[in-house]
Design a protein around this ligand. Structure first.
Ligand SMILES: NC(=O)c1ccc[n+]([C@@H]2O[C@H](COP(=O)([O-])OP(=O)(O)OC[C@H]3O[C@@H](n4cnc5c(N)ncnc54)[C@H](OP(=O)(O)O)[C@@H]3O)[C@@H](O)[C@H]2O)c1
Length: 316
């Protein structure tokens, strides 16, 4: 630990958002501490190599969390969704908040999902989520509430839209595999409505900016979308980036098809949740650009990730 240099606890450090943030904070010369479930896995080793301090343990491991939080004054908090146990994430958030406060953390940032904005006071969704996803959004909202009520000097809530990385390895294999396998994406959007896309590096950039200016970012719930694109246009750009002449086709599901997905209890958001059609309305890219400039377009993202685009689609 170096004197005067902030020390930040980062959850999901081996994951997409947490990993990007850990790298960006280390780039600033800050100290980063995290728990990891398997200290020998390649992503954990990569974190160790850039000087992230790791403690073995998971989100329920009080001893590991307490050790990882030692010396931290800032915390980035987030959890994966658990549709079998909606209580898990709020319970873990309350635990982490308690331990973070005990450790002396004064600033907390949490990351949830754009859908929670539907639950804000005065917001009426144009299309309500199905009961399953209403519970999912409520679970995420409880996580936000735990951070907001945690007694920190500064809190910020990040609500990311649709990850640009959903079509690349590894996320593509969990819900979007038809894109590489069949050249098609069946989805609940309509041809004219744009999808609110987010680059995970921008999520990290936003969090890093907030950590550097706790007063300015205190009390902000930010919907994070860096570009809005109609689905077919997005797939066309992806096909060009793959570069082997293939086409990728959006299949806009009929009402009948969507109802069938809901009845079968499919968990795939974009096969069943009509409410995501208007998710873009929950973010304001112009305001975001003013707050943290440099919103990534999908084109810029694909260019930056060109090697991953090729390995996902040409080596699969
Ligand atoms: N994909 C989207 O379009 C989208 C949009 C909005 C919000 N989100 C939200 O983003 C979140 C996922 O974030 P991400 O994509 O950055 O993460 P990710 O890449 O899926 O990685 C998940 C991280 O969580 C860790 N983890 C999982 N279960 C754990 C446990 N029980 N104890 C400790 N660590 C655990 C994993 O560690 P290991 O390395 O040990 O597995 C990994 O670091 C989800 O909550 C999702 O709802 C996603």
């Amino acid at each position: 630990m170096s004197f005067g240099i902030p020390t930040v606890f980062v959850s999901m450090a081996t994951g997409t958002q947490g990993g990007a943030l850990a790298r960006q904070l280390r780039g600033l010369g800050w100290n980063v501490r995290a728990t990891v479930r398997d200290i020998h896995q390649p992503k954990a080793k990569a974190l160790l190599e850039i000087g992230v301090h790791l403690t073995p343990g998971d989100w329920d491991d009080v001893v590991a969390l307490r050790a990882a939080l030692t010396g931290c004054t800032k915390a980035f908090i987030g959890y994966t969704a658990n549709l079998l146990d909606f209580e898990a994430a709020p319970r873990r958030a309350r635990l982490t908040v308690r331990l973070a406060r005990e450790a002396g953390v004064t600033q907390a940032i949490c990351t949830t999902t754009l859908g929670t904005a539907m639950l804000d006071e005065g917001k009426e969704p144009l299309i309500a989520p199905t009961p399953l996803f209403a519970q999912h959004f409520a679970s995420k909202r409880f996580v936000e509430q735990a951070i907001e009520d945690g007694g920190f000097d500064s809190w910020t809530v990040l609500r990311p839209g649709f990850f640009m990385g959903n079509f690349l390895d590894p996320k593509v294999w969990y819900g979007y595999a038809d894109v590489p396998r069949k050249g098609e994406w069946a989805n609940v959007m309509t041809p004219d409505l744009p999808l609110g896309l987010i680059d995970h590096e921008y999520i990290a950039k936003f969090a890093a900016a907030a950590f550097q200016d706790p007063v300015k970012f205190n009390g902000i719930r930010a919907g994070l979308v860096t570009e809005e694109l109609p689905v077919q246009e997005m797939l066309d750009q992806l096909a060009v980036a793959i570069g082997d002449g293939r086409t990728l086709k959006a299949h806009f599901m009929t009402d009948e098809e969507i109802d069938k997905a809901v009845a079968s209890n499919s968990w795939a958001v974009f096969s069943r949740e009509r409410c995501v059609r208007y998710m873009g309305n929950l973010a304001n890219t112009k305001e975001l650009e003013k707050l943290v400039p440099g919103l990534t377009t999908f084109g810029q993202y694909l260019e930056r990730e060109s090697e991953l685009v090729k390995s996902t689609y040409l080596l699969a």
